[in-house]
Ligand binder design. Structure first.
Ligand SMILES: [Zn+2]
Length: 129
């Protein structure tokens, strides 16, 4: 088993929970040259604590092939305590316990397995706290 190098390059924040904090205070997970909230350009790299809350969520019943065997599953838009927003699967929970504003923690888990090659992609998923 090996971690896919292509995946690592394309989505670095999925491995390291790194984000950019701009001088105005805006936080972005995506690599940007200009702040998403204002036109400021100075930013520094920060590491997110991995805690936040659910802004909105949905239950997926029909999914693309790679995720089909995991349905039904919950996906939430999460705002981290630093203010960054990301979409993540919420695992190990009763769907009844999901609600807007619920506290979550990001945990490092397997995301997909690429067929017979056994290459496994890892990333962050959310659990309720
Ligand atoms: Zn800004």
């Amino acid at each position: 088993m090996a971690i896919s190098p292509r995946y690592t390059r394309e989505i670095p924040h999925r491995y390291r929970l790194e984000a950019q904090k701009f001088e105005c205070g805006a936080v972005s997970l995506a690599t940007r040259y200009v702040c998403p909230d204002s036109d400021c350009k100075k930013s520094k790299k920060i590491t997110l604590k991995g805690t936040g809350k659910i802004l909105t969520y949905t239950i997926i019943h029909i999914a693309a092939d790679a995720f089909a065997k995991e349905t039904p599953y919950a996906v939430a838009v999460i705002e981290t305590d630093e203010g960054a927003r990301l979409t993540a699967q919420v695992v190990d929970c009763n769907f009844d316990d999901l609600k807007i504003g619920a506290r979550v923690e990001l945990v490092f888990r397997k995301i997909t397995e690429e067929g017979a090659s056994g290459i496994i992609n890892y990333g962050y998923k959310a659990v309720l706290v």
